[in-house]
Design a protein around this ligand. Sequence first.
Ligand code: BES
Ligand code: MN
Ligand code: ZN
Length: 503
Amino acid sequence: MNINFQEITTAKAKLDHVIIFAVADDRKLSPLASAFNKQAGGALFKAITSPKFTGKKGQFVSVVAPDSLKCDRILLAGIGAVKSITRKSLESLGGAVAAQINAIGAKSATFMLDELKGCPVPLPEAAARIAHGANLRSYNFDKYFTTKPADEKPTITGFTVALADSKSSAKFYGELDKLAEGVFLTRNLVSEPANIIYPETFAEECLKLEALGVEVEVLDEPDMYKLGFGALLGVGQGSSKESKMVIMKWNGLGKTSKAQPIAFVGKGVTFDTGGISIKPSSGMEEMKYDMGGAGTVLGLMKALAGRKAKVNVIGVAGLVENMPGGNAQRPGDVVTSYSGQTIEVINTDAEGRLVLADALWYTQKHFKPKFIIDLATLTGAILIALGSSRAGLFSNDDKLAEQLFKTGEKVGEELWRLPLGDVYDKQINSDIADMLNSTNSREAGSITAAQFLQRFVNKTPWAHLDIAGMAWQKKDSDICPKGATAYGVRLLNELVKDYYEAK
Ligand code: BES
Ligand code: MN
Ligand code: ZN
């Protein structure tokens, strides 16, 4: 979507255009809204004094513009108490406004931000946040529709915010635009079906980041065989698609900088049938989003490189397709991971941890990072524990866990920490190998999975985000239409910005 910032003094009504004003819970019209109200013969005042409109967050009332106003409609958006405005609420506002504009069927709109007295967020940032929210919500994945009628398609293509000091807003928005590009890349890849995105084509998408100065290395099956990636390769061996591992490096501190990097590792199971421990057919199509962790790592790398973040970052994607077949791994097989530890695979559907085992070991061994954060649609059990409003957070490092938690609250990609410990660790001991890839009980399924991962990070500070409930949503939210969410891209971009980037 085309986003612009305009000086409020030059902003005016335009034909085929929606004009938006914020209305707080005191139900007062801003000076510019009052001027519009006068021209419209008091129509705006009438609208906001209707008993149903209290100025609460999320309320909207729209007025069809009379001929005296040269625009299509005026949309009045409730914003609640001005003093409780946050960056999150502003992004939500922008997103909800974009949805309203689509519902109206307009192509373009201008949000008039002439006054927001007492707003804790500075006005230029507030304007940028509103625009960012609108942009994130305007995403849609429609490439496979060939016969959809125009009146069922989203209409919005342009969004302007008008305020004094539009230059500062535009500057602030620059970084958010790069962030949105990363989010959209993730949403695109996660939305794509598994006949289009599989390990090789995912790796090709990673290689496109070279244009931004990211170094990209792709390991193929012979490479990984030589290294001894028995855990990852075992998962992919039933598929006719070749497994891959991609290593991306963004040296934001300079090509020759030796500064210790930070690292992100993603589960990229491009389709998870369960393998021989096959999943029930109902709902199996959802398992195209089992590469959501890797998708987020890629989108994050794009955002960081796009905004030239001053930090050295490693992004690793473990890419496999989990299929049954004549060459597939069997329950009971014992594999030797890259770390040397052996694993008895009692359930071929607990495949994500096998992929991550080799990716995590590789990452800590080759890069000695400050920390590793992995993202994975790892367990259905995390949906039972936390539902689809928070990701599961597991960590061996309290400081890192705290930073992640706080950042989640700030950006609206929330998490909740769950415990690790010996009682859980014991449950994955095997009778014939170093460990089991699953347990025979369904108890604490997300924790025992995290416990497995912990055996592959050595002493490196590490956090594991189980995003099985977050990578895909069944309903629209303010800043994201239903479908792929790109959960984690905004969270980790902010984490890097707040704690790990050179200023
Ligand atoms: N990819 C699934 C987890 C998942 C479930 C992601 C629902 C998104 C939505 C994972 O590979 C899996 O199958 N996990 C098993 C683990 C079990 C076999 C120990 C599960 O959760 O049932
Ligand atoms: Mn599985
Ligand atoms: Zn899976």
